[in-house]
Write a protein that binds this ligand. Structure first.
Ligand code: PRX
Length: 645
């Protein structure tokens, strides 16, 4: 990497930054040499505890036993709301911008606290208690924040399901997490379209006999189906709810939420996070990585249905007493200047989004950016997938006018918060590199045999020591948690990602090394999409791989063999795409479907995905060895009919 690609730390940022290079070096060393002392100090600094812990950390990676701050008691909503009331009661907690640019709401800490208290009481009145599981299927409206915080106030565990998932996918998640309660809206708005939220819930609920109460937020006001006794209006429950609510003192290791994510097998995993460690890690990373300063307006574009929405729209910012912006819509509606209009409208200082959004906006041309001022912007962030240097440079030069450092943050649903990232006042930037570990993070690159590689190296990315935000289990299946993350490389947490470390010790994430693909920053298991395709009556077998896609990062390429006698057609392709949408959601819809006579398999019957990935990427000269195939002629047919050329 030559010098010209290194962007030095900006003195004007470093001057006021929470973390400078000298501080980073000193505190990083301390966090590694004395993790318990370091984290105990942070836990005191960032959180309000009802009772002190007796043990900072107790862990055993082989059995995936991880406990932080045992004995400590605290409440998440109290940390995010009550303790700000004295000095920030009238400060905005949430700025909400509707899909329609004429709709907005401003919610102060006092108002948010009051509504959360009332909704917490409303939930209690409906029988929701400590430890109960509540499914939340809401669009990006302030009530999503209220619902999540109200759950934490009474010790209920929320499972937020992204409101773009289909009824089928929602049903699977309701059943897996054993949710008896669900909070949704009548409808949602995105990009000028109306999203039928309650209708989707009704369909899912048909197959969820345990789901006894559904609380509905009125968003559109359009009529929806109603099942008396089961369905209740949010505003009606609030109207009769008490305003006083004592936060439940939770154990630091009590479950806080479950959030589903894809793995390399078909069934999504309910990743479980706990109370104390997660909140500490979300708050501390938010403050230091975005260099959040009091009074600043912070905007993370993620949906609350994903971990980024949990940690960096809601919990991190609110725990720090920040003003967080929630956006209901999409970056291209009504036009591709929407983000920058919002930045100017609210004088946003920190903007955090995904590379796919940056690439999509870049493709629309600079005029959409140039028409705005954006001088309020100070820090830019990127998350969810590797950012290509072209998109990075555009973000830096055009959006940020070379004034704003970009924090390229690497992390995962399972990590709870950011683990590898630049710090605005400390880290020299290299476009495309997530740079260096955050405090307490000990990334190691291993080779396929599990040997630790030192110096300049490329291999699988692991972490050799726990951090407070780490997931504790897969809900209902601890063995799966062990098998997925702690078995392949004993003594290490295995991320599923590959990485390279350069001569400056900077990390470059190279992408997933398992059968997970990253489509527009959304993580999808190829096995999940295959299972959905295989359910279709005309499909005999399918294999799904990712291929390079200019905007989405990776596109979805499906190879499908049909039941004998089925006539392949464009119409059938459309039907299969609609079928996957119905089974999972629009995010999983294949971009390309290739009908094949057969799939390339080894003699033992294993599909050779390596070859399918190469064909999908149109990299035919690096197909590799095909002699181990049961029938090499299958590849010729697949190459002849490939779609991506
Ligand atoms: O492959 C990595 C990629 O996204 C995966 C995690 O996806 P998910 O659990 O949905 O969380 C997304 C938001 C944190 C990782 O295993 N990923 C995430 N951030 C980056 C990234 N890849 C490269 N660079 C990043 N900054």
């Amino acid at each position: 990497m030559s010098e010209q690609y290194i962007y030095p730390v900006k003195p004007e940022i470093a001057r006021h930054a929470h973390i400078t290079e000298a501080l980073y070096q000193a505190d990083y060393q301390r966090s590694i040499n004395d993790p318990e002392g370091f984290w105990a100090e942070q836990a005191q600094r960032f959180l309000h505890w009802r009772a002190p812990w007796h043990t900072v950390l107790d862990y055993d990676y082989p059995s995936a036993y991880i406990k932080w701050f045992q004995g400590g008691r605290l409440n998440v909503s109290e940390n995010c709301l009550d303790r700000h009331l004295a000095d920030k009661g009238d400060q905005l907690a949430i700025i909400w911008e509707g899909d329609d640019p004429n709709q907005q709401r401003r919610v102060t800490y006092k108002q948010l606290h009051a509504e959360v208290c009332r909704f917490a009481n409303a939930l209690k009145a409906q029988g929701v208690g400590k430890g109960d599981h509540v499914c939340i299927y809401l669009p990006m409206i302030p009530e999503a924040a209220v619902a999540m915080l109200a759950c934490t106030r009474i010790g209920a565990v929320h499972s937020v399901v992204f409101a773009g998932f289909s009824a089928e996918a929602l049903k699977d998640r309701i059943l897996d997490a054993n949710c008896h309660y669900l909070i949704c809206s009548d409808e949602g708005f995105r990009g000028g379209k109306t999203i039928p939220i309650k209708a989707t819930v009704d369909k899912a609920a048909e197959q969820c006999p345990g789901l006894s109460k559904i609380i509905v937020v009125q968003r559109s006001g359009n009529p929806v189906n109603w099942q008396p006794g089961r369905d209740m209006w949010y505003h009606e429950l609030l109207a009769i709810a008490d305003t006083e609510s004592e936060p439940e003192a939770m154990d630091a290791e009590d479950p806080l939420f479950i959030l589903y994510t894809s793995g390399s097998t078909g069934k999504p995993k309910g990743v479980q996070h706990t109370t104390g460690g997660y909140l500490l890690y979300a708050a501390m990373t938010h403050k230091y990585i975005f260099d959040y300063q009091p009074g600043e307006i912070y905007w993370c574009t993620a949906d609350v249905g994903w971990i980024t929405g949990h940690s960096y729209v809601l919990y991190g910012p609110l725990c720090n007493g920040a003003t967080t912006l929630m956006f209901e819509g999409v970056p291209t509606y009504p036009a591709a200047d929407r983000c920058w209009q919002i930045v100017d409208k609210y004088q946003v200082n920190i903007f955090y989004t995904a590379p796919t959004a940056i690439r999509a906006l870049m493709a629309q041309g600079d005029d959409f950016v140039a028409s705005s001022d954006r001088s309020s912007l100070r820090i830019l962030g990127s998350v969810g997938e590797p950012i290509n240097s072209e998109a990075w440079e555009w973000y830096y030069h055009v959006v940020g006018q070379t004034r704003c450092p970009i924090v390229d943050t690497w992390w995962q649903t399972e990590t709870g918060g950011i683990l590898i990232t630049p710090l605005p006042g400390a880290t020299e930037l290299k476009p495309g590199s997530a740079t260096r570990p955050f405090f307490g993070a000990k990334p190691e690159i291993l080779d396929a045999q599990g040997q630790v590689l030192t110096g300049v190296a490329e291999g699988v990315l692991t972490l050799s020591f726990p951090w407070p935000g780490q997931a504790r289990t897969v809900y209902g299946d601890h063995q799966r948690f062990i098998d997925t993350y702690f078995k392949a490389y004993p003594g290490y947490y295995f991320t599923g990602d590959g990485a390279r470390r350069d001569e400056d010790g900077y990390f470059w994430i190279t992408g997933r090394v398992d059968d997970v693909i990253n489509v527009s920053g959304h993580r999808l298991g190829t096995a999940e999409i295959e299972s959905a395709l295989d359910l279709h009556e005309h499909v005999a077998e399918s294999a799904v791989v990712g291929y390079p896609h200019d905007i989405k990062g990776q596109g979805i390429y499906a190879y499908v063999t049909l039941i004998v006698g089925t006539v392949p057609s464009e119409e059938l392709k459309r039907e299969l795409i609609a079928h996957v949408r119905a089974e999972i959601g629009a995010i999983a819809a294949p971009d390309r479907i290739q009908f094949a006579q057969a799939l390339p398999k080894t003699r033992s019957g294993k599909i050779m995905r390596r070859i399918l990935r190469k064909v999908a990427a149109n990299e035919l000269d690096t197909l590799g060895d095909t002699t181990t195939l049961a029938d090499p002629a299958v590849v010729d047919d697949i190459i002849a009919n490939r779609l991506n050329r």
